[in-house]
Design a protein around this ligand. Structure first.
Ligand SMILES: C[S@@+](CC[C@H](N)C(=O)[O-])C[C@H]1O[C@@H](n2cnc3c(N)ncnc32)[C@H](O)[C@@H]1O
Length: 269
């Protein structure tokens, strides 16, 4: 039974992150960066969006933070190669951030589905912002119809593996709109705006879709299984994806776009 770690993801995960970039670019496009902004990219992954942001704030700075040491090493290499000076990186988690009043914008794309404590994560963001600063967060709603959840759940039922998943739910942060709004209010945010969006995406082959979710999503399931079942479980997932791919290659994913501002005198909860 293998345990999950963000540090043990293979290189392939970088490709997966890059293929989601268009959603991050949509979030970037809604913000209106000023050249002097001081930005945190929380859960920056391999740094592709951090690079876009760095170019938009030439008189300011960008800080990239991620829980994975490997990703941060990749970011540092990328920025060294691109010769971008106004950036720094550190390994850390959103829930344990210690910055106070440092940033004018706190940005996070496709990360909040993995936070372990939504209140703690939002409080970290609020505390890290200067007065007037903006938090801009985008993350997928990992419901049962999402391919990261749908195919493993089907495999569990059809291979009769339920006994290994008793009293367990997929460890994702999946708030409703009301829960997300309340959590942002509790953290101290004002001018809260929450928008749901649906993105359609497709991978050229079933194998590519499987690879995309294998290391982050399916790994959460296989870590619960005795080793001798892992291969059959993953094979079943791939077969089901392949079968569906003969009908329709398009996957749909619903997402939250959430924004909040830190107002004058607002205490972080
Ligand atoms: C889907 S990737 C998104 C990367 C990047 N933001 C992008 O849009 O390309 C999720 C990233 O979140 C990081 N991550 C997961 N949980 C985290 C946490 N609690 N704090 C900071 N980073 C986290 C992972 O290491 C991974 O790089």
């Amino acid at each position: 039974m293998a345990s999950f770690s963000w540090n043990r993801l293979p290189e392939q995960y970088s490709d997966a992150v890059r293929s989601q970039a268009f959603i991050g670019e949509e979030l970037i496009g809604t913000i209106g960066f000023k050249p002097e902004d001081r930005v945190l990219d929380a859960g920056c992954g391999v740094g592709n969006l951090t690079l876009d942001i760095a170019r938009m704030v030439p008189e300011g700075s960008v800080t990239g933070m991620d829980i994975s040491e490997g990703r941060i090493a990749q970011c540092r290499d990328l920025f060294r190669n691109e010769k971008i000076p106004n950036a720094r990186f550190y390994v850390g988690s959103i829930e344990e951030m210690t910055e106070e009043e440092e940033y004018t914008i706190v940005f996070s794309n496709s990360v909040f589905q993995w936070v372990t404590d939504l209140d703690l994560a939002l409080s970290s963001f609020h505390r890290a912002l200067r007065t007037g600063g903006l938090a801009a967060i985008q993350f997928p709603r990992l419901f049962g119809d999402h391919p990261m959840i749908f195919y493993p759940e089907k495999a569990i039922r059809e291979l009769k593996l339920e006994e290994y998943f008793k009293d367990w739910t997929f460890p994702a942060c999946v708030p409703s709109e009301g829960e997300l709004k309340k959590a942002m209010e509790r953290a101290g945010f004002s001018e809260i705006l929450i928008r749901e969006d649906e993105t359609a995406f497709s991978f050229p082959t079933a194998q590519k879709l499987f690879d995309h979710f294998k290391n982050v999503g399916y790994a959460r399931y296989t870590q619960r299984l005795p080793e001798e079942y892992e291969e059959a479980f993953l094979r079943k997932i791939l077969q089901d994806i392949e079968e569906d791919y003969t009908k329709d290659k398009t996957q749909r994913c619903r997402r939250w776009f959430a924004y909040g501002r830190k107002k004058e005198g607002a205490a972080t909860q």
